[in-house]
Design a protein around this ligand. Structure first.
Ligand SMILES: Cc1ncc(COP(=O)(O)O)c(C=O)c1O
Length: 406
């Protein structure tokens, strides 16, 4: 694939699609779980593994090893550029769950301390909160993001009011998703971080569902921690994610109790270690990092503004079409600035069994891949930049046939 050209029709999204063989076999609407790994990225990683094994490890050519390491470091710079931060603030981690957990566990929790999480966090965050409550006696405050009876997110006002009421100086950390994995609501992370900071509370922003779907500037958001992975909207390999630790966050961040740089006399010299140096111990998988760098390059080449525009236009088409599908209710808000390309639909009088049947029949009869969301008994549709308007129409037709039957 010529990376500098568009597809045969000159459209960057056709080129992207041509790099995803899966897209010709399925209508793939589940990038919220796994994005397809670009074929060019797979090739790049296979070549990196071969090179590392045959040219570097086997014959121990030092210069080649240095060049290889530098390539992996370039990938860290790409993450930093994507998120508007410095490479010294970026640590590689396996995935968002581990990145978030490292940030959460960097707080020296004591019984009676408080942790705040929103009511639409990923299961992994709720598990961490439950574990802290059981193991350390931490009190967990769940901040509602929408009025209980309405359910549908109507923008940030209600949530910020609740946060203002419920977040206290006894809280040590606020965990907030940038985009919820349940219905795609986009939360006001910058305002929430500012409010938390005014009370001396640190913030961890979970960026698993935002990075790669639209431009994200972690520096502007201002949180001490920002976690994410590359295997969803960035179309990179699984097993690699990142934790951005701000300079402020780094002051107390040392998850593996490393000795800090010292001055004469052996006392810490006050300089901050790079987030990577604090996190990445022992032998690392450089091929994964090089793969992450390659998918970031592909995304940056198209540009996140264009990607967001494409996702938005397809999502608006989908949501408009869903209004005329009998028996289906759209649970996600229609306001783009408060939502994303994740749309969750519910069936009228829906049960988990009916939703699961719908997901199964969409796959079996139409080769459409979507996912059941148990939290709101819905079916989640994740529209990515490689999807097409024709695919949206096929989904709408399929839903029109199946919704009354399941
Ligand atoms: C908001 C959110 N946070 C965290 C995760 C967990 O991500 P990972 O699989 O990278 O650990 C997900 C995955 O779906 C998610 O949607």
């Amino acid at each position: 694939m010529d990376s500098e050209q568009g597809g045969s029709d000159g459209c960057p999204f056709s080129q992207l699609r041509a790099d995803i063989p899966l897209a010709s076999q399925y209508i793939y609407l589940n990038s919220c779980t796994f994005g397809p790994v670009l074929q060019s990225v797979q090739r790049c990683m296979a070549e990196a593994l071969r090179e590392e094994n045959e040219e570097i490890i086997a014959i121990r050519v030092k210069e080649a090893g240095v060049r290889f390491y530098e390539r992996a470091e370039k990938a860290r710079q790409s993450v930093a550029d994507l998120l508007g931060v410095s490479a010294a603030n970026v640590a590689w981690v396996y995935n968002t769950t581990t990145a978030s957990r490292l940030a959460i566990m960097s707080v020296d929790w004591h019984a009676g301390d408080k942790l705040a999480v929103t009511d639409v966090e990923h299961l992994s965050t709720h598990r961490a909160a439950r574990g802290l409550a059981q193991g350390r006696g931490v009190e967990v405050t769940v901040i509602p993001t929408a009025e209980p009876l309405e359910g549908t997110y109507r923008g940030p006002t209600y949530f910020l009011e609740q946060l203002d009421k419920m977040l206290t100086t006894s809280h040590r950390l606020l965990v907030i998703s940038h985009v919820s994995n349940i219905d795609g609501r986009r939360l006001p992370v910058m305002e929430a971080t500012r409010l938390a900071r005014s009370r001396g509370v640190k913030t961890l922003v979970d960026g698993a569902q935002s990075v790669g779907m639209f431009g994200v500037n972690a520096k502007e958001i201002g949180a001490e921690f920002f976690s994410g992975s590359v295997h969803k909207w960035l179309m990179g390999p699984p097993g690699i994610g990142f934790l951005v630790v701000s300079d402020e966050g780094k002051k107390d961040y040392n998850p593996f109790s490393l000795p800090l740089p010292t001055r004469a006399g052996g006392r810490p010299d006050g300089s901050l270690m790079a987030a990577g140096a604090l996190n990445e111990l022992g032998t690392q998988n450089y091929a994964l990092r090089i793969g992450a760098g390659a998918c970031l390059k592909a995304v940056q080449r198209i540009g996140l503004n264009k990607i967001e525009e494409q996702c938005r236009s397809l999502t608006e088409r989908l949501r408009a079409g869903l209004l005329s599908v009998p028996g289906i209710r759209v649970a996600s808000t229609a306001m783009w600035e408060h939502s994303s390309s994740v749309t969750t639909v519910q069936l009228q009088d829906g049960t988990p069994e009916r939703c699961l049947q719908l997901v199964e029949r969409l796959l079996e009869e139409y080769r459409i891949v979507v996912k059941y969301r148990p939290e709101i008994c819905g079916v989640r549709i994740g529209v990515a930049a490689f999807n097409t308007a024709a695919e949206i129409e096929q989904l709408l037709t399929a839903l029109g046939h199946l919704a009354p039957q399941v």
